[in-house]
Design a protein around this ligand. Structure first.
Ligand code: DGY
Length: 327
């Protein structure tokens, strides 16, 4: 019996080659875009696959899991976040769910710092200015920004990525760090002279930059809302490279417009790929299209790790990055 694997969209070849190596039949969707739910269900029903490599843009719910049927051993998500998958329902059907942690930590941390710099040094605005032919010579007041050194970075969510952003902020840019996480980390505090705050609110009141690094859960949806934005300093900046719905986008638009906060840099959106026009019309925000992990190196490693999880599941082993259902 041939073992069949479905990959919901083209990804870097490294992982696909790994999946083909044992002689497995690998089908990669040739659609130039995300499969609709109906398309995904139809493919899974007819294909009777043993494993699926899916993306954060695929919603894997009960209907999709049912369509995958009893032959399917694993949905291997090509992402560290897995809020697109109903993990509990997968577990009920004895289907493994896996993610790709670790391999994108450095890349996302670097990107978060680059968003902070783009924002305070107004790099996107400066680029537009030059291209528009508006540069007529050095000027003392031209496109002045502000710096990072000595400022306080507030990290909300001290997982791998949050901790790495803090590392770069302290070691690379002489920033101070405060943080909130459900788990306090004494070693981290000692190493980076970091201050713990017992709740998100106190990070917001005390930080010059707030960087969000929490997973999307029921409890983190709209973690940053009107009331919380009001707590931030007028001079503060918000950076989000986690998941869009953690920040209430309309509230952010209102806060930026009213000057409640000074600026924001956002790589993820509440209703991706749609973006509230309130945000696109503003100058004090840097907007990028969910690319924080998008380097050739990292996307290749994500492809390999997702494949590794599938290979282990198909060999009857527990995949190295298996997700346990929450709660
Ligand atoms: C993830 O992995 O969860 C990112 O959002 C995409 O790389």
């Amino acid at each position: 019996m041939v073992t069949k694997i479905f990959v919901t969209r083209k990804i870097p070849d490294a992982g696909i080659e790994m999946l083909k190596a044992p002689g497995y039949e690998v089908k990669v969707s040739d659609k130039d875009g995300v499969l609709t739910k109906d398309e995904l269900i139809a493919e899974l029903k007819t294909g009777e696959y043993n494993a699926v490599l899916c993306l954060l843009t695929d919603k894997i719910d009960t209907e999709v899991l049912d369509a995958a049927g009893p032959k399917c051993k694993i949905f291997a998500n090509y992402a560290v976040g897995y809020d697109n998958i109903d993990v509990e329902e997968a577990r009920k059907r004895d289907i493994f769910v896996s993610n790709t942690p670790g391999v994108l930590t450095e890349t996302v941390a670097e990107y978060t710092i680059s968003l902070m710099l783009s924002l305070v040094r107004r790099i996107p605005e400066a680029d537009k200015f030059v291209r528009a032919g508006e540069y007529h010579g050095w000027a003392p007041m031209l496109l002045m920004g502000s710096g990072l050194a000595g400022k306080t970075l507030g990290v909300v969510g001290l997982g791998r990525i949050g901790a790495r952003v803090a590392h770069h902020a302290v070691r690379g840019f002489d920033m101070k760090v405060i943080y909130y996480d459900v788990n306090r980390n004494a070693d981290f505090e000692k190493e980076y002279n970091a201050g713990y705050r017992a709740d998100v609110d106190h990070v917001l009141t005390d930080a010059d930059f707030v960087s969000i690094h929490v997973p999307l859960l029921d409890s983190t949806k709209h973690l940053i809302n009107d009331a919380r934005l009001q707590l931030m300093k007028n001079s503060a900046y918000l950076i989000n490279t986690s998941r869009g719905p953690v920040v209430e986008e309309a509230a952010l638009g209102r806060a930026l417009k009213a000057g409640t906060i000074r600026g924001a840099a956002i790589d993820v959106f509440e209703f991706e790929p749609k973006i509230d026009s309130l945000l696109t019309e503003l100058d004090n925000i840097v907007l990028t299209p969910h690319i924080a992990s998008a380097t050739e190196e990292t996307r290749g490693k994500m492809s390999e790790l997702a494949a590794q999880n599938i290979l282990e599941a198909l060999s009857g082993n527990i995949p190295p990055n298996v997700i346990q259902a929450q709660g």
